[in-house]
Design a protein around this ligand. Structure first.
Ligand code: ATR
Length: 282
């Protein structure tokens, strides 16, 4: 006879290469435990050569997973191999969350949701000026541009060391998005209500250049998706110059919630206890 609990046991994963630094197991493990759910969330290191096989075993049910998160370098391939990518992942060409429903593999991208949910929770009313400046033009920048655009911000300025990459994003997203090289920062910051760093500048003790945030609008919010250290050199400068700041840890926590709900059936809460658990691990 089957143990009745067996039917409730759901297993999810985070896959990447490497994946050992991922903090997602701590987040989902905390939620499973506080919600008293039977389930697991484990790291699955999969090389690019093995990734198609991993997805095929996921689809067939052989691996026993109900879905999972996907991180570097598999986000684009995950999107391509999914049976039913949603409109968000379709526009980005990348997925970070997969789930099975009746044998059909669905995909979405929750990075933009995580970014906005974190801003909304920490700096409600942030969208005051209709102008945002986004530093960087990689995958994270792309998801954040999409989210900020979908929230209705009218002018989005992407500033990047390699201006051609910023231009690619502007071309992809259309009229609201403008591309610039780094030299344009003082000009595009004028009266902007939101400044986002999506680059690795200032990560893990690395130095960041000096930023003069004074052209930003009064009450502007400066945020960084880097969360090690929690107060990055960019955020520290913004605080010193009198601006409100939002750290990047909340984005990591919030982007995890939609996947958890898909796999385990309950929408989890992002709270201080969870923040403390991740901070204690840093
Ligand atoms: P992700 O997917 O995390 O966004 P990515 O695609 O590697 O990562 O993009 C990294 C971003 O950080 C890019 O915008 C990169 O600028 P380039 O396009 O010019 O490479 C930016 N970046 C990384 N190191 C930087 C540095 N030292 N100075 C300025 N920008 C930097």
């Amino acid at each position: 006879m089957h143990d009745s609990r067996e039917t409730l046991l759901r297993n999810a994963f985070v896959t990447g290469c490497p994946v050992k630094h991922s903090r997602s197991p701590l987040i989902h493990g905390h939620w499973l435990s506080v919600l008293g759910l039977q389930g697991s969330y484990t790291r699955q290191e999969v090389t690019p050569e093995d990734f198609a096989g991993f997805i095929s075993r996921l689809k067939s049910g052989e691996s026993g997973f109900v879905g999972g998160n996907v991180t570097i370098p598999h986000k684009e391939t995950a999107f391509r191999l999914a049976d039913r990518p949603d409109a968000l992942s379709e526009e980005l060409g990348a997925a970070n969350t997969l789930w099975l429903e009746d044998g059909v593999l669905h995909a979405t991208n929750t990075d933009g949701y995580g970014f906005l949910a974190n801003l909304d929770a920490t700096a409600p009313g942030w969208n005051k000026t209709d102008r945002a400046v986004i530093l960087g033009a990689g995958g994270a920048s792309r998801a954040i541009i999409q989210a900020v655009r979908d929230r209705g911000v009218g002018e989005i300025h992407v500033v990047n060391r390699t201006a051609a990459r910023a231009q690619e994003l502007a071309d992809r997203f259309g009229m609201k998005v403008h591309a610039h090289s780094m030299g344009a920062l003082p000009e595009v910051m004028k009266e902007a209500g939101l400044f986002v760093n999506t680059t690795s500048l200032g990560m893990d003790g690395e130095e960041a250049p000096v930023f003069d945030f004074s052209p930003l609008a009064d009450g502007a919010v400066v945020t960084d998706i880097v969360y090690v250290p929690l107060i990055t050199p960019i955020l520290a400068q913004a605080v010193q110059q009198g601006f409100a700041v939002v750290d990047g840890l909340g984005m990591l926590l919030h982007q995890a919630a939609p996947g958890f709900e898909k796999w385990f059936g309950v929408r989890p809460t992002v709270d201080d206890a969870l923040r403390r658990i991740i901070l204690a691990d840093m």
